[in-house]
Design a protein around this ligand. Structure first.
Ligand code: NAP
Length: 245
C-alpha cells in the first residue's frame, strides 16, 4: 500500500548521497521514487533497495531535459496523484579545477548551471502542482557550504581559498537564493522549501578523502524532507545547525 505513506521523489539517486537519501526515506515509511537520468541504472538501484525490503520504485528523470521532466511528472500524477516530498539532489561539479575564477570557460559555467540551477528549477516547477496536492509538501534543495557567500567572503573561513570550482560554488549560491525566493512565494501554503549542506561526503563527487560517510551525508536531506508543520521554510542548514547565506 502506497497511499497511506508519504510519496517522495529524489533526483540524481542512482548513487552517492541521493541513493542513500532514498534508502533512509524508505526506512522511515515513505514510498520513494528513485529518479535517475539513466533508466537502467535507476531500475538496478531500485531493485537493490527493494531487496533490502524497502518500498522503492524507479523513474527516468534527466533534470536538463524538459521532455524527461514532463514525462516523469505525468507518470507520478497517473500513479500517485500527488507528491509529498521532492529532494532536488542531482548535481554536477564540472569546473576545470586548474583555472582561476576569471579563466573558467563559459561553456563549463553553462553546463554547471544547466544541471545545478536550471534543472533544479525546471524540476520544481513541473512538480509543484503535484506537491500542492499534498497535505504538507516538502522541497529540499541540496546545496553546499561552497554556496555560502558569507563564508567565501571571510578570510577566516575554511573555504576561503576554495575558489575553484567557481561555477559550482556560484551555482549553489544561486540555489540558495532561489530557495529564499520560492519560500516567500509559498509562505502561506502548506509547502515548505529549504536548502541544505549535506557535509563533505565520501562520494564520487566528494572524493575518497572526504571526512563524512554517505549514511551521514543523507541525514540533513532526510531531516528537512520530514519536518512537521512547525518546521522551517526558507532555511539553509547542516545537521540541525543554521548556516550563513
Ligand atoms: P555524485 O556521487 O557525483 O552523484 C551525483 C548524482 O547526480 C548522480 O546520481 C548523477 O547521475 C546525478 N545527475 C547528474 N546530472 C544529472 C542530470 N542531468 N539529471 C539527473 N541526475 C543527474 O554526487 P553526490 O556527492 O552524491 O552529490 C549529491 C548532491 O550533493 C549534489 O547536488 C552535490 O552538489 C551535493 N553536495 C555534495 C557534497 C559531497 O561532499 N559529496 C558536498 C556538498 C554538496 P548519474 O549516475 O547518471 O551520473
Amino acid at each position: 500500500m502506497t497511499t497511506t505513506k508519504k510519496i517522495a521523489l529524489v533526483t540524481g539517486a542512482t548513487r552517492g548521497i541521493g541513493l542513500e537519501t532514498v534508502r533512509q526515506l524508505a526506512q522511515k515509511q515513505s514510498h520513494v521514487i528513485l529518479a535517475g537520468r539513466d533508466r537502467a541504472k535507476a531500475d538496478a538501484a531500485a531493485h537493490k533497495l527493494r531487496a533490502e525490503g524497502l518500498d522503492v520504485e524507479a523513474i527516468a528523470l534527466d533534470v536538463t531535459d524538459a521532455k524527461s521532466i514532463a514525462a516523469a511528472a505525468k507518470e507520478i500524477e497517473k500513479k500517485h496523484g500527488r507528491l509529498d516530498i521532492l529532494v532536488n539532489n542531482a548535481g554536477i561539479m564540472a569546473d576545470d579545477m586548474s583555472k582561476t575564477p576569471s579563466q573558467q570557460p563559459l561553456e563549463l559555467w553553462r553546463k554547471t548551471f544547466d544541471t545545478n540551477v536550471f534543472g533544479l528549477i525546471a524540476t520544481t516547477q513541473a512538480l509543484l502542482p503535484l506537491l500542492s496536492k499534498s497535505e504538507a509538501g516538502r522541497i529540499v534543495n541540496v546545496s553546499s557550504l561552497l554556496g555560502s557567500i558569507t563564508h567565501h567572503a571571510d578570510p577566516a573561513s575554511p573555504i576561503y581559498d576554495y575558489k575553484a570550482p567557481v561555477s559550482y560554488n556560484v551555482s549553489k549560491s544561486t540555489v540558495n537564493a532561489w530557495t529564499v525566493q520560492l519560500a516567500h512565494e509559498l509562505r502561506n501554503s502548506s509547502i515548505k522549501v529549504n536548502t541544505i549542506h549535506p557535509g563533505h561526503v565520501k562520494t564520487d563527487m566528494g572524493g575518497e578523502a572526504a571526512p563524512m560517510e554517505i549514511a551521514d551525508g543523507a541525514k540533513t536531506s532526510v531531516e528537512l524532507a520530514l519536518i512537521g508543520a512547525n518546521g522551517p521554510n526558507g532555511s539553509f542548514s547542516h545537521l540541525g545547525q543554521a548556516l550563513p547565506w
